[in-house]
Design a protein around this ligand. Structure first.
Ligand code: NDP
Length: 520
């Protein structure tokens, strides 16, 4: 029999008894000197790092990305340098709103964050299973997330807050339509597409810039639950997506995604009929078709969930030469906020943790900080410029200049923006069954929401497609308001908000009430 390892304290001293505390007599109180007990309890108290404010519940696995198509005319990124090239990656899926203990089979957007360990550093593609988002200005991100989280008083989630915010923010309609559609409740992470959602850029070897969007198409097929099915699943298994992913990989049934890009020449952005940097819009495939670049396969479960997945830190700021940003306001804000969140959540030296550590050499002049566990660059020179042989910049990774223009101001992002055509297009491509699911899902999600907010939202559905509003109104028993909804659709957003305010609404919804009031 092989001899078992000896148990020690965190500092390496052998532990003689791991069953009984040190006490004054067999019935007596504990002694402060039982440092082994104190270490054990104090370490236990500190086992949790703060959970992510969003995307707290996640699952992940390691895998491989293999290039299948030559895109070197668009990008010099070495990850794409030749067909057949393989790069290690780590993918973390998540739900957005629920806390770490939330059930998996809930209606929610799924996070889809991939880290590619390239020879030029880590490239993170931190996307979702939806091609768009609820807001287009990061100023509104925190407000939006508050509507998805617990009410400050009831400590319960509030459908009124969600629909109040959405109905006051019509740019959310596209994403709301996807969330409430069949795709809003996936059977598991293997059955979702991933999207960069943001526009990024490719830089070619000739220093030419292209605007791009990434698409990861599931090769397992899209599979979804209805609300009723999900209720049953959650009753039996709160970890349904984690279980499905983990067990498939354990059994060697490795999930795969076809990785594609849409490519827009830089100058098209000036004349394209919509703002290509607006996160609430897609680029129709007819305008910019998908170009396959590779296959991503997940083939290795994490050995330790906390070390590999909970401590994994994904950030859109992780780009590599040949792949870069765009003027998308939401992306620009995430470049700051993700790395900032990791510094708060797992500490300033999070990049040196095993899951985040690049597979290429790292040379920086950063030093010290909490939990510096990587040798802190030893005695190497810690300032730059220096004449001591320290690392130096390499101008080959510089990007071509990007022209920007305009007066510095706060611009109303709703001016000139069409928030209705694309949600309408999505609605119109749904089958009859998908539309029915959409109507029911919305009506269920609006249960208990004040009628004036339901009416305000019906107006947005109407503007996307009158049949959309009609279907939802039918499920909400609000068809009596059809004429009012159609009339409200002609108003500006400000007028709509005024008409559906708590003060003005009674008259609008029940003209008889105002007549009766007048007769009093
Ligand atoms: P296409 O007909 O070329 O593409 C339609 C897309 O819609 C397909 O990618 C399809 O995915 C996807 N889709 C189908 N049902 C749903 C759903 N319930 N939720 C989300 N996506 C769904 O048309 P366009 O490119 O002109 O786009 C039309 C609309 O499709 C857009 O307004 C947008 O709402 C939606 N869409 C567009 C995408 C794009 O990048 N152009 C990406 C995803 C959605 P699949 O191929 O997997 O069936």
């Amino acid at each position: 029999m092989t001899e078992r390892k000896k148990l020690t304290t965190a500092h390496g001293a052998p532990i003689g008894d791991n069953q009984n505390s040190v006490t004054a007599g067999p019935r007596g109180p504990l002694l402060m000197q039982d440092y082994q007990l104190l270490e054990k309890m104090a370490t236990f108290n500190r086992e949790r790092v703060p959970e992510r404010v969003v995307h707290a519940k996640g699952s992940g696995a390691y895998g491989t990305f293999t290039v299948t198509n030559d895109v070197t005319r668009y990008t010099k990124a070495r990850i794409f340098s030749e067909v057949g090239k393989r790069t290690d990656c780590l993918l973390r899926f998540s739900t957005v709103a629920g806390e770490r203990g939330a059930a998996d089979a809930e209606r929610d957007v799924r996070g889809f964050a991939v880290k590619f360990y390239t020879e030029d550093g880590n490239w993170d593609m931190v996307g979702n299973n939806t091609p768009v988002f609820f807001v287009r200005d990061p100023y509104k991100f925190g407000d939006f997330i508050h509507t998805q989280k617990r009410d400050p008083k009831t400590n319960m989630r509030s459908s009124t807050a969600m629909w109040d915010f959405w109905s006051l923010s019509p740019e959310s309609l596209h994403q709301v339509t996807i969330l409430m559609s069949d795709r809003g409740l996936p059977q598991g992470y293997r059955f979702v597409n991933g999207y960069s959602s943001h526009t990024y850029s490719f830089i070619s070897a000739e220093n030419e810039r292209f605007w791009i969007k990434f698409h990861f198409k599931t090769m397992q097929g899209i599979k979804t639950w209805t609300n009723a099915q999900a209720t049953e699943i959650v009753g039996q298994d709160r970890e349904s997506s984690q279980r499905d992913l983990f067990e498939a990989i354990e059994q060697g049934d490795f999930p795969k995604w076809r990785v594609c890009v849409q490519v827009m020449p830089e100058e098209d952005a000036d004349t394209y009929h919509l703002n290509p940097f607006d996160l609430t819009k897609v680029w129709p495939h007819g305008d910019y078709p998908l170009i396959e670049i590779g296959i991503m396969e997940l083939n290795r479960n994490p050995e330790n969930y906390f070390a590999d997945i909970e401590q994994a830190a994904f950030e859109p700021s992780n780009i590599v030469p040949g792949i870069s940003f765009s003027p998308d306001k939401m992306l620009q804000a995430r470049i700051m906020s993700y790395a900032d969140a990791h510094r708060y959540r797992i500490g300033v030296n999070y990049a040196a943790l095993p899951a985040n550590q690049p597979q290429c050499p790292v040379h920086t002049y950063h030093r010290d900080g909490n939990l510096r566990f990587d040798g802190n660059s030893g005695g190497a020179v810690n300032y730059e410029p220096n004449s001591m042989g320290g690392p130096v910049e390499d101008s080959r990774s510089l990007e071509p200049p990007l022209k920007v223009s305009g007066d510095v101001d706060r611009y109303d992002h709703r001016v000139g923006n069409d928030d209705y055509t694309q949600p309408g297009n999505l609605f119109r491509l749904m089958s009859g069954d998908q539309k029915e699911q959409l109507f029911s899902n919305i009506a269920e999600a609006m249960d208990g929401v004040p009628e004036r907010i339901q009416t305000r939202q019906l107006v947005h559905f109407y503007k996307a497609d009158p049949d959309y509003a009609c279907g939802v109104a039918g499920k909400l028993n609000l068809t009596r308001l059809s004429e009012q909804v159609a009339a409200l659709a002609d108003l500006s957003l400000a007028e709509l908000i005024e008409k559906t305010s708590a003060e003005a609404y009674t008259e609008l919804a029940t003209p008889e009430a105002s007549l009766a009031k007048a007769a009093d």
